[in-house]
Design a protein around this ligand. Structure first.
Ligand code: AMP
Ligand code: ZN
Length: 468
């Protein structure tokens, strides 16, 4: 499996630090509003990376934070006359709903910055002890950029160039900095803002230190993959590297992955430009699976322009897969025969589509080519499966289709049908309990099903169920 590493600007073979395991950190959103579809791009992309890793048999420890202390959150709280915590809690909940709608799996851990302040104070303290950071008289702590000789290695920026660019950019109130390049690790509170006690002043952490600390706590000092949108390369990820590597004395992350921008009219979609569409708005018009398809039909490192036409064509294309899956399922369920020898001869062609899919995904997660392989399978299924086909053959193709789409997080069998299977399984379990005269358990299952909105009726022909 090859991954394009922003650090080396090359595709590299993926070798995990620990065999069979992947430690992955994705910078998450700042929660002061509903997420827009630009924010959704890294969520969908890196969820797909995770799913593919899991498909390949890796155990993935996937950590993605919520930035729940930030100027924008505080501003919104003041506007609404509520606490910053109320704002962040509300939008974390809303974000999780959108993620579920896009079929983005919850992370192994979703740490919150405000819950990790102790770790941040500890890391800042350690950076000061090692000479990589300093506090000034108002209690602000800065990172001493020039002391880290490798600064700029991810963004391929040269310290001297940065220096000349920054000289004119010194922000007022930061006159006490030793050097214009130095960035904030800890800053004093302002009236009415949330704050924490620290050895330097009552205040709050800078943004960059959060990720260094949460990554270390939940994944360790060295991780396999660190990811986010390409706007994070500089300064956010560069600063994370500086903090983590100076504190821990180890390479922070082996592979750096960055998604390209989601644009609208060829400009980056962003809250500050006001040219954004929220995931919630899109959900009114489309199933969010269509949004997921739209994102995966482009290469993750390329810019992607949002348009109504592309959404429509994504909708139609996804429909084709769903319809093919439906037909295969109907045929599978309608026929009990074993595969014929002619059908058996076709299996290697069908398996070949899965191989193509994997080859595309192994090549730096080329989801567009992977989808092309899925469509080849769909076309093959549409031409080879008909009224004469055996259920076994249709079932075989359906299994491949569902398996590959699942890697992409695309649900191709309607939810209700999955639910039906769960119901049937529970009914069977209840029948077995009754047979074993375990009536308590049988009643428990009946009650559980009722909770799920399913009423059972024992008839002479067997158990019947209906939705209530
Ligand atoms: P933010 O809440 O702005 O910190 O963004 C959260 C994540 O969304 C980061 O990984 C950003 O890089 C990413 N992001 C924000 N806007 C876009 C966009 N228009 N296209 C792609 N990724 C984006
Ligand atoms: Zn981060």
């Amino acid at each position: 499996m090859k991954i394009f590493n922003t650090m080396t600007r090359r595709k590299e073979e993926f070798v995990p630090l620990e065999e069979g395991k992947v430690k992955m950190y994705v910078c998450g959103p700042t929660v002061y509003n509903l997420i827009h579809i630009g924010n959704a791009r890294p969520m969908i992309i890196f969820d797909t990376v995770r799913r593919y890793m899991e498909y390949k048999g890796y155990e993935v420890n996937f950590v993605s934070n919520f930035t729940d202390v930030d100027d924008k959150i505080i501003k919104k709280a003041i506007e609404e006359g509520v606490t910053a915590e109320e704002i962040s809690t509300r939008y974390i909940e809303e974000c999780k709903k959108d993620m579920a709608g896009m079929n983005v799996k919850p992370a192994t851990t979703h740490p919150l910055a405000t819950q990790e302040i102790d770790g941040m104070i500890e890391m800042i303290g350690s950076l000061i002890d090692k000479g990589y950071a300093y506090a000034v008289s108002d209690g602000t702590v800065y990172f001493r950029v020039k002391k880290f000789k490798e600064y700029g290695k991810l963004s391929h920026k040269n310290l001297d160039d940065l220096q000349s660019g920054f000289r004119s950019l010194q922000v007022s109130g930061e006159e006490q900095k030793e050097d214009p390049l130095d960035f904030v690790l800890w800053k004093p509170k302002k009236e009415g803002e949330p704050y924490w006690k620290s050895p330097w002043c009552d205040g709050r952490p800078g943004w960059h230190i959060e990720c260094s600390v949460m990554s270390k706590k939940y994944l360790g000092e060295e991780i396999d993959i660190h990811a986010g949108g390409e706007d994070l390369i500089f300064p956010h990820h560069e600063n994370e590297i500086a903090q983590s590597e100076c504190c821990n004395g180890k390479i922070f992350a082996r592979y750096w992955m960055h998604n390209g921008f989601l644009n609208i009219d060829n400009r980056k979609m962003s809250k500050s430009l006001g040219n954004f569409r929220t995931v919630r708005e899109i959900a009114k018009q489309y199933d969010l699976q269509v949004l997921r398809f739209f994102m995966l039909n482009a290469h993750y490192r390329s810019p992607l322009n949002f348009s109504a036409e592309l959404m429509e064509s994504s909708k139609n294309a996804l429909e084709r897969i769903v319809e093919a899956a439906g037909r295969l399922k109907d045929r599978r369920d309608a026929d009990q025969r074993e595969m014929t020898s002619t059908e058996k001869e076709l299996l290697s062609t069908a398996d070949g589509f899965a191989v193509k899919f994997e080859e595309a995904m192994d090549d730096d997660f080329n989801t567009a080519d992977a989808l092309a392989a899925v469509f080849e399978l769909v076309k093959f299924a549409n031409t080879k499966v008909n009224e004469e086909s055996t259920g076994a053959f249709a079932g075989y193709l359906l299994d491949i289709l569902v398996r590959l789409c699942d890697v992409l997080g695309l649900i191709v069998l309607k939810k209700e049908e999955v639910l039906d299977e769960d119901i049937e399984a529970l009914i069977e379990e209840r029948q077995a309990a009754r047979k074993a005269k375990d009536f308590a358990k049988a009643d428990e299952i009946r009650a559980k099903l009722l909770d799920m909105g399913i009423e059972l009726k024992d008839t002479r022909e067997g158990v019947k169920w209906k939705r209530v």
